[in-house]
Design a protein around this ligand. Structure first.
Ligand code: NAP
Length: 266
């Protein structure tokens, strides 16, 4: 098995590592993570049981697969620091919005095997959605290895690189909008008298079940919506209110705004 190194270990890397360990696709000793803050890295080492270091070069030297999991604006600096230790055998995985494979190649200054991905934080519970694309330097077998690792914490779809910003809008960032939706539904349930904790369970389970219906039945979401709306019933009254306040347009604009921001970052 390959050793995998995470350069930067914040929210996203922790969620991915947590997901991989939970599914048992990698052993703790097959993972190393690096970051600049000693106390934070020690805490991650204790919590996850993986090797940690404050030395990015050390993490890269020990790893075949290197996941660059820093903020987009840190990529150039981190690549500059690592480029002398990277060989043409290493697989570089990126997870950042707005960082194209062309930029990564240019910053390394040599031919590099690159897989560009856009995961999301539900990786922590094994339910991430990941968009993935790769450059020409990498073989199909190597893509398969990384894809299988990522599939341990969710679903993976390969897309053209030009669609990666659309992936940012629809799945990379969308857990935030879904949490807002759940919070708002639960607040209304609290208005109606359901205790706060139960309100989150009702709202979140309704979202989870509805998402499963879309994925598992393959039915059109509009058809599933129609099936809930009985004539002169309660649901169609709610749908009418949502349409009045521009719910669908608002969601479309939100997804589009995140995608456009991703394009701006490129
Ligand atoms: N969060 C999401 O939902 C999400 C979804 C999809 C993709 N992403 C992508 O994932 C990447 C990371 O995002 P995040 O949310 O995980 O951010 P984050 O929580 O801020 O994590 C970034 C980590 O990088 C570390 N770091 C800073 N400078 C570094 C350096 N020079 N070398 C090594 N590590 C360094 C930080 O350590 P300190 O805290 O000690 O400074 C921090 O732990 C971003 O590129 C983002 O676009 C995030």
């Amino acid at each position: 098995m390959y050793k995998i190194g995470f350069i930067g270990c914040g929210n996203m890397a922790s969620a991915m590592i947590g997901g991989m360990l939970k599914q048992g696709v990698l052993k703790k000793e097959e993972i190393i993570a690096s970051g600049p803050t000693q106390s934070k890295m020690e805490k991650i080492g204790e919590d996850l049981g993986i090797d940690v270091t404050t030395d990015n070069k050390e993490a890269a030297k020990q790893s075949e697969i290197i996941v660059l999991s820093v903020k987009p604006q840190m990529y150039e600096k981190v690549i500059c620091e690592l480029k002398d230790d990277i060989t043409k055998e290493n697989i570089i995985v990126t997870i950042a919005a707005g960082v194209t494979m062309e930029k990564v190649d240019r910053w390394f200054g040599k031919e590099t095997k690159i897989i560009r991905t856009m995961p999301n934080t539900p990786a922590l519970v094994g339910e991430a959605m990941v968009g993935m694309c790769h450059n020409e330097a990498i073989t199909q077998d190597e893509v398969k290895i990384v894809k299988e690792l990522f599939e341990s914490f969710g679903k993976v779809e390969e897309v053209d690189e030009k669609l990666m910003n659309a992936v940012v809008g629809v799945s990379g960032s969308s857990p935030a909008y879904v949490y807002m939706f759940i919070e708002a539904m639960a607040d209304a349930a609290v208005i109606q008298g359901i205790p706060r904790k139960k309100a989150y369970t009702f709202a979140a389970q309704a979202v989870l079940g509805s998402a499963k219906m879309v994925l598992e039945t393959g039915a059109h979401p509009g058809e599933l919506k129609d099936a809930v709306c009985s004539p002169a019933g309660t649901t169609i009254e709610a749908v009418r209110e949502l349409e009045k306040s521009g719910f669908r347009s608002s969601v479309m604009e939100a997804v589009n705004a995140a995608s456009e921001k991703g394009k701006e970052l490129e």
